[in-house]
Design a protein around this ligand. Sequence first.
Ligand SMILES: NC(=O)C1=CN([C@@H]2O[C@H](COP(=O)(O)OP(=O)(O)OC[C@H]3O[C@@H](n4cnc5c(N)ncnc54)[C@H](OP(=O)(O)O)[C@@H]3O)[C@@H](O)[C@H]2O)C=CC1
Ligand SMILES: CC(=O)N[C@@H](CCC(=O)OP(=O)(O)O)C(=O)O
Length: 336
Amino acid sequence: MLKAIVVGASGYTGAELAQFLTRHPSIELSGLYVSEGSLDKGKNISELYGSLRGLVDLPLQPLGVSGIQSACQGIDIVILATAHEVSHDLAPLFLAENTVVFDLSGAFRVQSSGFYDKYYGFSHQYPDLLDKAVYGLAEWNAEQVKETDLIAVPGCYTTASLTALKPLFNAGLIKEGIKPTINATSGVSGAGRKASVVSSFCEVSLQPYGVFTHRHKPEIDQHLGTEVVFTPHLGNFKRGILASINVVLNEGVTLEQVNQAYQDAYADKPIVRLMDGTLPALKNVVGTPFCDLGWAVEGQDLVVFSAIDNLLKGASSQAMQCINLRFGFDITTSIL
Ligand SMILES: NC(=O)C1=CN([C@@H]2O[C@H](COP(=O)(O)OP(=O)(O)OC[C@H]3O[C@@H](n4cnc5c(N)ncnc54)[C@H](OP(=O)(O)O)[C@@H]3O)[C@@H](O)[C@H]2O)C=CC1
Ligand SMILES: CC(=O)N[C@@H](CCC(=O)OP(=O)(O)O)C(=O)O
């Protein structure tokens, strides 16, 4: 049995991972952690998430830097479900304890000088780890994930966008010089569990934000291989992301070629569902690990729609896919 711990377990993505790990037949969930000063330290996770009662009944233990060595005794897998700066500081310490680290934050996703100063507001201190980290887009980077001890799990908007665009880009169907345009709407859980005015019940409606400035735009650019225009929106629902993406195809590209590109990419990938004549809807993916893709073509114009649960395929179930890949389990273990 492998042993795993979740750091940031009281948050939305951490709590989802606690459930996946509890269900896993070959992994034992050995500890749940929050910050040293957490208001939730000492509570059972099921006090925060009543649906976990009887399923995951573990205490949320406070973790400071001095406690990392003892928290890692006998541990193989560490999930960092923590904010970017926290993951940036903690990942090297857990790697030094010979654990395999799966980081849900953006701290190790993008290799580009000045990127973290510009988009995250801190200077990255570990360029060697940025080199070593593998981007855990599970359907695309499976072989690399198997070979590393630091997996940077992609962001939620990025997962929805790259899953839709990579088959087209790799097949050479996108017209050069015309950026794909991504408009994506996320549920409020995308902002995490901590209280804030913009995500409070009376404030959320349907609104764009981060126009031309969101950190997922350069993350998409780097991992797609070409630039996009990306506009995120906050919707007044709890979970899910729907991305509507406009692409100009090369002259003469047919619907059959587009269909073939998606079939080639995903026919043998159980987590990506290609819609047959229908279009994706959040109600079909929320609470599931799937990414649903649907598209339509008119002349050179293609619109592709991508739907995921931001907390699952956009974070925790994708991390679970990566854990399965890294340790040689079937990719759907504990997920489907
Ligand atoms: N929500 C989403 O849809 C997605 C989130 N992500 C990323 O995943 C990460 C987690 O997100 P999410 O679950 O939404 O965040 P939450 O805000 O819901 O949870 C953050 C967790 O981290 C804990 N924490 C904070 N500081 C520390 C610390 N120093 N040591 C240990 N634990 C700490 C918090 O508990 P406490 O403060 O009580 O200690 C809490 O348990 C973030 O980096 C986010 O960007 C990625 C994809 C999608
Ligand atoms: C609705 C909402 O606020 N969403 C988050 C994205 C969540 C996500 O994917 O997380 P990463 O920060 O790890 O990339 C945002 O726009 O910042």
